[in-house]
Design a protein around this ligand. Structure first.
Ligand code: CUA
Length: 161
C-alpha cells in the first residue's frame, strides 16, 4: 500500500513537472507545429487582441520565415511569438530591441512597439545552413489609423495597398 502511494506521488509529480516546466520557458512540439496548436498556418501573422495590441506569430524554417512579411500598426504594443520547425534561427529587427534566438521546441517571445511607420528588414542572424544568407523577411509598419482597413490577407503578405 505504502509503495503504491509513493509510486503514485512520483508519477504525479513527474507529470506535473513535465506539464509545467520551471521558469517561464514555453515549450512546443516542433514536429507537429503545422498540425495543431498556436502555430498552425492559419494562425500565423498579425492578430489583433481585444485590448488593441497585436500579436505576431511566425515560424522560422530552413530557409524562410512564415509568413515572409507581416504588417503591424505603428505606436501599438506588438508581441512577437516565434518558433522553429527545424534548426536554430535568429530573429533580429535592426534599430529595435528585437533580437532573439528561435529554437525548435521553444517559443521565443519579444515585445516591442514601432514609433513610426516604415519597413524593417528581418534577417536571420543565426547560421542555419546553406540557405542562411537568403533567409530574410520583413515587418511593414503602417500608420495606426490605417491598420484597421488592412485585410487579414494583407496583414501576412504585405501586398501593396
Ligand atoms: Cu535561419 Cu540563418
Amino acid at each position: 500500500m505504502m509503495l503504491g502511494v509513493m509510486m503514485a506521488v512520483v508519477v504525479v509529480t513527474g507529470i506535473v513537472g513535465a506539464l509545467h516546466p520551471s521558469s517561464n520557458v514555453e515549450v512546443v512540439d516542433a514536429l507537429t507545429l503545422h498540425l495543431q496548436g498556436e502555430f498552425v498556418e492559419s494562425n500565423l501573422g498579425t492578430a489583433i487582441e481585444p485590448n488593441g495590441s497585436v500579436t505576431v506569430r511566425i515560424v522560422a524554417e530552413q530557409y524562410d520565415f512564415v509568413p515572409r512579411c507581416v504588417r503591424v500598426p505603428a505606436a501599438t504594443p506588438v508581441k512577437f511569438r516565434l518558433t522553429s520547425a527545424d534548426v536554430v534561427h535568429g530573429f533580429l529587427l535592426p534599430n529595435t530591441n528585437v533580437n532573439t534566438m528561435v529554437v525548435p521546441g521553444f517559443v521565443a517571445e519579444v515585445r516591442t512597439s514601432f514609433a513610426t511607420p516604415g519597413e524593417y528588414a528581418m534577417p536571420c542572424h543565426e547560421f542555419c545552413g546553406l540557405g542562411h544568407q537568403a533567409m530574410w523577411a520583413h515587418v511593414s509598419v503602417v500608420p495606426k489609423d490605417q491598420f484597421a482597413s488592412v485585410t487579414p490577407v494583407e496583414r501576412v503578405s504585405c501586398v501593396p495597398k
